[in-house]
Ligand binder design. Structure first.
Ligand SMILES: Cc1cc2nc3c(=O)[nH]c(=O)nc-3n(C[C@H](O)[C@H](O)[C@H](O)COP(=O)(O)OP(=O)(O)OC[C@H]3O[C@@H](n4cnc5c(N)ncnc54)[C@H](O)[C@@H]3O)c2cc1C
Length: 507
């Protein structure tokens, strides 16, 4: 039960609501300063919102015009990824992207994107002619006649990125709270605001609303009603590693008004992914995939890369983009869609609500822009008069995670001699050892999906068929809980219904 008063330990300078890529980037950036800070996430683990279900592309930054927030923040975010890769060990690779065309009438569109990119500061873009584009990507359909090439685009494991940011922020003094939902926000008294959650009450000088699909609900709690968030579903289809190397770059068609189109993506882990779709829906929790969309996606992907076939499909998932719809009050005082409203990110303080900063409507390219969004939030705080003294204990790096699949035989032999648990393979498809799983649990994994997203155990061809049971045993041991309490992704997703031991006793 939530107590009626917050205690003095619960006083913060800044509370970030939401532990997706945006909230995690902000809390890590805040941890550079001498501030008492905390991130509150309603799910059992960080990154279980939109940030775990996306295409994992670090876009170059030419898809939006320079007079938007999206355009320059995307280009800047892309630039910051190198540093994050070095400091935190964020798995990231610059693979480049190609926007392909099949008709010469489409060349002006490529020129427009090139101009936008250049104005946003994207380096190295060029328009390729027919022979060049087929040299760059030999598996393209023969009717492709040109492309815009952007070498700085990359691919990343989004969830791993979130965990590494939070791990670093925690090391630098930030508090991270999970399985705790913000349910209301009180009035501002003496320059602090009360935040009430399902577990406790806190006082804070600033609230950062980074609640993704629920950014409107949090804004409503402080009386802001000038936007709502609608979910735009994107289905993604993951193909077998047999297709590894089929494409080198991320392949895009020309984008539409609502989406960048169906892409062919060489993921960081060597698989190929096709998707996403783009469909506005009503239910923010609807993450179903459908046969109909599956066929449409494969059809579109084959038109770009003919060797793609649905027989290679191993897994599907969906994510909902938090699309902002700007609202204005009509003559009757009712909020209606603003006819002049755009769907750009909302990153701003609101003068009527002191101490509250919206970072809402962060749809694509939010994964790319997140590091730059965090910088922007810091500058908003500075402009609002917050004195940002450096945290003298700040350490920018994380310890190197040990990934046995990336080690040479010699390195692995040496490791196993000193830490034998790294020689006990749990996930055979992805080569993940007991040592890596226990390390993930020590670093905060609470659920089967939490282990999977941190280590890849269960992400291979058998999709956890062989390793899930052993991973659950390790979770029970590491968390010192009964196997019955283990969940797939938090409350209500328990895997076992009865203790196996008891079942055996009954037989
Ligand atoms: C299909 C798809 C493909 C995409 N592909 C790309 C791509 O390739 N590149 C790219 O740059 N972008 C991409 N995006 C966009 C990107 O995924 C999002 O912009 C980004 O993940 C948004 O992050 P976020 O932190 O704002 O939201 P989230 O990750 O949803 O984080 C918000 C968090 O707030 C929590 N929360 C909500 N309410 C409360 C509450 N009351 N109390 C406590 N916590 C709360 C939620 O549980 C959630 O974890 C894609 C999106 C989709 C859906």
């Amino acid at each position: 039960m939530v107590s009626s008063k917050s205690n003095s330990n619960n006083n913060y300078d800044v509370i970030v609501i939401g532990g997706g890529i945006v909230g995690a980037s902000i809390i890590r950036e805040l941890s550079r300063y001498d501030l008492k800070i905390c991130l509150i996430e309603k799910e059992a683990e960080l990154s279980f919102g939109v940030s775990k279900s996306n295409s994992g592309i670090v876009h170059a930054g030419f898809h939006s015009p320079p007079n938007t927030l999206k355009g320059p923040l995307c280009a800047r975010g892309n630039f910051l990824y190198d540093q994050l890769h070095l400091e935190l060990g964020v798995p990231f690779k610059r693979v480049g992207e190609l926007v392909i065309i099949k008709q010469s009438e489409e060349i002006p569109d490529l020129e427009k994107f090139k101009r936008w990119g250049e104005e946003c500061g994207v380096p190295g873009m060029k328009i390729l002619n027919e022979s060049e584009v087929h040299q760059y990507e030999p598996s393209l359909s023969t009717d492709v006649i040109g492309a815009l090439y952007a070498p700085t685009a990359g691919v990343v494991n989004p969830y791993e990125f979130v965990f590494l940011l939070a791990q670093n922020a925690k090391k630098n003094g930030a508090e991270i709270k999970t399985s705790e939902e913000v349910i209301s926000i009180g009035d501002r008294v003496a320059k602090t605001t009360e935040v009430i959650t399902t577990k406790d009450r806190y006082n804070t000088k600033y609230i950062i609303n980074a609640a993704g699909l629920y950014g409107d609900r949090i804004a409503n709690m402080v009386g802001i009603y000038n936007f709502k968030i609608i979910p735009r579903k994107g289905e993604e289809y993951l193909l077998d590693k047999k297709l590894k190397g089929l494409v080198k770059q991320v392949i895009f068609p020309l984008p539409s008004k609502t989406s960048k189109g169906t892409l062919v993506i060489p993921t960081l882990d060597g698989t190929i992914m096709v998707g996403p779709s783009a469909e506005d829906i009503d239910d923010k929790n609807d993450l179903t995939t459908t046969d109909e969309v599956c066929w449409q996606i494969f059809d579109k992907a084959k038109q770009m890369i003919p060797a793609i076939h649905h027989k290679y499909l191993i897994s599907t998932f969906a994510g909902n983009r938090p699309v902002p719809v700007k609202l204005i009050k009509n003559a009757k005082g009712k909020y209606v869609k603003d006819p002049d409203g755009d769907d750009d990110f909302i990153i701003a303080k609101t003068d009527d609500v002191p101490g509250f900063i919206n970072v809402a409507g962060i749809q694509s390219p939010g994964l790319t822009a997140a590091p730059a969004i965090a910088e922007k939030v810091i500058s908003i705080l500075k402009d609002d008069g917050v004195v940002l003294k450096a945290n003298k204990y700040f350490v920018s790096t994380n310890p190197n995670p040990k990934k046995i699949r990336e080690m040479s035989d010699d390195e692995l032999d040496k490791l196993i001699k000193s830490e034998p648990d790294y020689g006990k393979i749990v996930c055979r498809c992805e080569m993940v050892s007991e040592g890596e799983i226990m390390n993930a649990i020590e670093n905060g994994a609470q659920t089967l999906d939490g282990v999977k997203f941190r280590t890849r155990a269960g992400m291979g061809r058998c999709q956890g068929g062989f390793c899930s049971f052993k991973t659950m045993e390790l979770l029970a041991k590491g968390l010192d809980i009964s196997p019955l309490e283990i969940t797939k992704r938090g409350e209500g997703s328990n895997i076992l219904v009865e203790d196996l031991k008891k079942q055996k006793e009954k037989i």
